[in-house]
Design a protein. Structure first.
Lengths: 307, 222
C-alpha cells in the first residue's frame, strides 16, 4: 500500500470504486461541509474536495478536507497549480498528510479569467505533471523537489485528471502516459457522455500499456436538463454530449428532465462498468450532492465495500 | 521587438499638470517600429497637447525630439541640451528607456507616455503579438520553435491542459492554444517522439524571479 487510503484499498481489492465531489463553502461556514458530507457518507469511497474551482475563492481544499474527515468522509484533496508555487504546494502537502489526508489530486486549475478575481496574478510555477512527479518523489524518496530529506512519511495516493475527449484527440492518450510516468496512481476523468468515443481512447490507452499501471475512474456529471446539456456542449472543453441524450431530456419535459438525467447517469455508469480498464466512476453532482446516493444505489453500487 | 502602446491621453494630461516646459521625447527603436513612440508620434502628441492646453487656458511649452534609442547613454547624450532645458521629459520609449533617462539625468521629472507590454512580432499590419517572455532559458528546440512560456496562458510545459478546445485556449477563443500548435508542428515534422519526455520544473530565477537580471560580457569591459 502506498497510502493505505480507503480509495486505494477499494481499488486494490478490485472493487468498482465510487468517488464524489464536495465543493467547499465560499467562506468559513463548516455547516455547509457537514450538510454535504451527510449526503455522501457511505455513498462514496472517497470525496474530492475541490481547490477554488473555477477560480472562485472558497475555503482552502486542505482545511475543507480536514473538515470532511471530521465528518466521516475520506477526502481526495485537490491541488491546483494556479495559486501556489512549489514551496507552498509542498508545504501544504506536509500539512495535508499531518492532517490525515491520504489522497491528493493534482490539476492545472481553471484560469482566473473565469473566476471572481480575474485580475489576480497567476502562479503556475510548476504544471500538473511536474506536480505529480514532485508528490511521487516526496512519497517514494522522502525528498522535496530540491533533494532535501523530509521529516516523516508522505503516504499519499496520487491522482491526476484526464480529459480523454479533449482536443487534440490524438495527444490525450500520450498526455495520460506522461501523467502515469510522472506518478499518477489513479485518474479521474473529465465528464464522459459519449461512451463510444471514450472507449476508443481507452483502447489506445490500453495499447500503450497504461491500464495496467493506473486506475481509471470515469467522470460522470448528472444532467439536470436540456439547458445544462447545451451549456456543457458549448462551454466545457473536452465534453461532448450526444444529441440522443439531449433528445431524451427534451422529450421528458422540463419537470421530469432531472429524473431523466439521473436515469441517463445510471445507465452511463452501468455501461462504463462493463468497459475494460475502467476501475470506477467519479460522480460530479454539482450542487446536487443530495442526489448522489440514489444514483449510486440505482447503479447497484450500494453498499460500498469495507476493505 | 519590445512592444509598447501609448497611455490614454487623459492619463498623460494628468501627469503633465505640474510642469511648465516639457520635452516630448521620441525613441527611434522598437516603439518607432511598432508605430507608437517615434518622431512622428511624438510630434502628433505634442500638437494634441498644445491644442488641449490652448482650449483649457494652460500655459505650457513643448519641445519635441527623438533619438535613435533611449536605452543607450550615447544616444541620450544627443538630447542633453533639450533635457537640461525642461522641467519634465515625457518619454515615448519603452520602460527601459524611461529608466535610463532617470538614471542619466537626475534633475527633470521623467514621465512615461507608454505602457510597455511585451516582446513580440508584427503579426499583420497593425497587429503585434507576444512571442517571448525573456525566461532566460530557451526551450524552443523542444517545442517546434513555438513558445509555451510566452503563449500558454498557464505556462504549462507539459501541455496541453484540459481547457483547450478547437485549437483555442480556455481563456479566450481569440487565443490559439499554443500546445495545439506545438503538437501539430511536432506531428508534421515527425518530431513527436520527444513529447513523451516529462519536462522538469523550470528554473524561474533566470526568468526574473531571482531578482533583477544582468548580462556581463567580460571582453567588452574596459
Amino acid at each position: 500500500m502506498k497510502s493505505g487510503s480507503n480509495l486505494e484499498k477499494v481499488l486494490a481489492a478490485g472493487q468498482f470504486a465510487v468517488t464524489a465531489e464536495l465543493g467547499p463553502p465560499k467562506g468559513s461556514d463548516l455547516e455547509v461541509i457537514k450538510k454535504k458530507a451527510a449526503f455522501l457518507k457511505g455513498v462514496a469511497d472517497a470525496v474530492n474536495i475541490t481547490d477554488n474551482q473555477t477560480a472562485i475563492v472558497r475555503m482552502s481544499s486542505m482545511a475543507a478536507a480536514c473538515a470532511a474527515i471530521q465528518n466521516g468522509l475520506e477526502p481526495v484533496m485537490q491541488m491546483v497549480c494556479r495559486d501556489r508555487n512549489r514551496i507552498a504546494m509542498q508545504s501544504d502537502l506536509f500539512g495535508a498528510v499531518a492532517g490525515g489526508i491520504r489522497n491528493c489530486l493534482f490539476i492545472s486549475g481553471d484560469h482566473p479569467k473565469s473566476g471572481n478575481h480575474p485580475e489576480a496574478k497567476i502562479v503556475y510555477d510548476i504544471d500538473s505533471i511536474q506536480a505529480l512527479a514532485m508528490a511521487k518523489r516526496m512519497r517514494d524518496e522522502g525528498k522535496v523537489l530540491c533533494g532535501e530529506e523530509i521529516e516523516g512519511k508522505m503516504p499519499l495516493f496520487i491522482g491526476a485528471a484526464w480529459t480523454p475527449l479533449g482536443d487534440p484527440l490524438e495527444i490525450r492518450p500520450l498526455r495520460l502516459a506522461k501523467k502515469v510516468d510522472a506518478g499518477a496512481d489513479f485518474i479521474q476523468t473529465q465528464a464522459v457522455y459519449d461512451i463510444k468515443a471514450f472507449g476508443k481512447q481507452m483502447k489506445v490507452a490500453g495499447d500503450l500499456g497504461l491500464l495496467d499501471k493506473v486506475k481509471i475512474l470515469v467522470g460522470v456529471i448528472p444532467l439536470k436538463g436540456v439547458g445544462m446539456a447545451r451549456y456543457m456542449q458549448k462551454n466545457v472543453p473536452g465534453v461532448t454530449v450526444p444529441e440522443s441524450l439531449v433528445k431524451r431530456l427534451k422529450d421528458a419535459g422540463k419537470e421530469a428532465a432531472p429524473e431523466e438525467g439521473i436515469k441517463i447517469t445510471v445507465e452511463l455508469i452501468q455501461k462504463l462498468r462493463e468497459m475494460p480498464g475502467v476501475a470506477g466512476v467519479h460522480i460530479m453532482a454539482i450542487e446536487w450532492e443530495h442526489r448522489v446516493k440514489e444514483i449510486v444505489e440505482a447503479a447497484g453500487l450500494l453498499p460500498r465495500p469495507t476493505v | 521587438m519590445i512592444v509598447a502602446e501609448r497611455k490614454p491621453y487623459e492619463e498623460i494630461r494628468a501627469m503633465l499638470a505640474p510642469y511648465k516646459k516639457v520635452l516630448v521625447f521620441g525613441c527611434g527603436g522598437c516603439v518607432t517600429v511598432c508605430a507608437t513612440g517615434g518622431q512622428k508620434e511624438a510630434e502628433i502628441l505634442a500638437e494634441e497637447l498644445k491644442l488641449t492646453d490652448a482650449k483649457d487656458g494652460v500655459s505650457r511649452e513643448y519641445v519635441v525630439k527623438t533619438v535613435e534609442r533611449q536605452c543607450e547613454r550615447e544616444f541620450l547624450a544627443e538630447a542633453a541640451s533639450e533635457i537640461g532645458a525642461v522641467d519634465a521629459v515625457l518619454s515615448l520609449a519603452c520602460g527601459a528607456g524611461v529608466n535610463l533617462l532617470a538614471e542619466a539625468y537626475p534633475k527633470p521629472a521623467v514621465l512615461p507616455a507608454m505602457n510597455t507590454t511585451f516582446l513580440g512580432v508584427n503579426d499583420s499590419p497593425g497587429v503585434w503579438v507576444e512571442r517571448c517572455k525573456g525566461c532566460g532559458d530557451c526551450i524552443l528546440h523542444t517545442t517546434g520553435g513555438i513558445c509555451p512560456v510566452a503563449r500558454c496562458s498557464k505556462n504549462i510545459l507539459n501541455g496541453p491542459c484540459g481547457g483547450t478546445h478547437d485549437g483555442k485556449c480556455e481563456v479566450s477563443d481569440e487565443i490559439d492554444c499554443v500546445w495545439a500548435l506545438i503538437v501539430k508542428r511536432l506531428t508534421e515534422t515527425n518530431a513527436l517522439d520527444g513529447y513523451r519526455r516529462i519536462v522538469p520544473p523550470k528554473d524561474w530565477r533566470r526568468g526574473g524571479h531571482g531578482g533583477p537580471r544582468k548580462m556581463t560580457r567580460e571582453e567588452l569591459i574596459k
